[in-house]
Write a protein of this length. Structure first.
Length: 344
């Protein structure tokens, strides 16, 4: 891949604006920033106190005058001002010139509306990106970042299981042939864990604890060796701290519904795929990216339900950022993949 030095016009960057994490790729340098998509603000005046990892540590631990906000929900902006603050902070972290604005490519879920797409563009431009901020669909970026030959006349299927959305697409000749986007992802699984523990054990868990429980005990199918772990929370009856023991079997039951929704999205996409491309996918398999690809036995569950070979992307958590970065490096030859109204 060609390497470019930053120039007087500013450092070109690609941003994977995720519900859970934001990654920034700088042209010629690679991924230079990977931070949680969280901003801590003062409730009195909305002033940002902390952004990224520092703000995430505050979730569930803030005093009354500070609130930790995640400005993206289900892959789209739910709090425009806070999202702009966060983007501005991240841009300034990697782009130090006050006299130039960087060119920027931002990834969005394929299921977003025109209004939501425009909101992402506006947030980037208000935060300091050069106009127009370019938009690329997450599935295309994830496919490029996973090393799939997207420009060839062959069917490539990508499943990107993120924090807020799951994106499924079949790509051929540099374009999306068919796709499915469901607003189910890691966040939905975390919430399912919280509700399950609350119902079964009368124990209140925080968001961060639920995420850790999902990562350590969550699975999409039965494991060869089931595990148990202690979980601490607040007893809803006494109001006091309490420790319970839960297992991979229980957590698998807890997240069963969101996992099934992900599997259904893959099946629906396969059902809509033209026969020639379906035959290619049967031969080449399905590639899974995003944090959900790391859920225990997720590839095995997809293989069982679809009958297709399943492969995990080389760097599943970075696939979208790497793909949009590669797009940035080779923008002249790949620009045809952008929607017509996004080409500069």
């Amino acid at each position: 891949m060609a390497r470019f030095s930053s120039n007087i016009l500013g450092r070109d960057m690609a941003v994977d604006l995720g519900t859970a994490n934001t990654l920034v790729y700088v042209r010629g340098e690679g991924i230079v920033l990977n931070e949680p998509s969280v901003v801590a603000v003062q409730t009195s005046d909305g002033q940002a106190v902390a952004v990224g990892a520092e703000a995430k540590r505050m979730i569930g631990r803030t005093p009354a005058h500070i609130e930790a906000i995640r400005p993206l929900k289900d892959g789209v902006i739910s709090d425009f001002e806070v999202c702009e603050t966060m983007l501005r902070y991240f841009i300034q972290r990697v782009h130090h010139s006050r006299f130039s604005k960087p060119r920027m490519i931002i990834c969005v879920p394929s299921g977003v509306t025109g209004v939501e797409r425009r909101a992402v563009q506006d947030a980037a431009e208000y935060a300091g990106a050069r106009k127009p901020a370019r938009i690329i669909e997450e599935t295309m970026a994830a496919a490029i970042g996973s090393g799939l030959p997207v420009q060839e006349a062959t069917g490539n299927m990508i499943v990107d299981i993120g924090g807020g959305t799951t994106e499924v697409a079949v790509i051929s000749l540099g374009g999306v042939v068919t796709s499915e986007s469901v607003r189910v992802g890691g966040d939905e699984m975390d919430e399912a864990v919280i509700q399950f523990i609350k119902k079964e054990y009368s124990l209140a868990l925080g968001e961060r604890t639920a995420e850790v429980v999902k990562m350590e005990l969550g699975s999409a199918m039965a494991l060869e060796q089931e595990m148990q772990a202690e979980v601490r929370g607040r007893d809803l009856v006494t109001g006091l701290p309490k420790t319970i023991v839960t297992s991979t079997v229980e957590i698998r039951e807890a997240i069963g519904e969101p996992v099934a929704a992900v599997v259904d999205a893959v099946k629906v996409t396969l059902d809509k795929t033209p026969p020639e491309l379906a035959a290619d996918i049967m031969e080449r398999g399905i590639t899974v990216a995003g944090g959900g690809a790391l859920l225990k036995n997720m590839p095995e569950r997809l293989a069982r339900e679809t009958g297709m070979p399943i492969a995990i992307a080389p760097r599943p958590l970075d696939a979208v950022a790497l793909g949009s970065g590669q797009f940035l490096e080779e923008i002249d030859s790949l620009e045809a993949m952008l929607p017509s109204d996004e080409r500069g």
